[in-house]
Design a protein. Sequence first.
Length: 93
Amino acid sequence: MASERPILTIAPAEAGRRPSRQDRNLLSIKTAATWLDVTEATLRKWLAERRLPVVKLGRLTRLRIEDLYTIATSGLPPKGAHPRGLEPRGAAA
């Protein structure tokens, strides 16, 4: 109801350019930490423990909004649940 979190939008200033359609589904660590109401250090710890799936875009680390919704509703998965980052779409398996 009224206590639901607002839908997130990524401001163009975050990346210094207008976000592409795919970028709109990805959040920076800082934005994701704010949305989950945890510190960046806590989120980075969870990433180091491989508790969250990540998307690597060059040297940038991004988190999918869908994964954050899952964590917010179902809780944090156990350590080592995500052995590596997500493969780019269309990549050979």
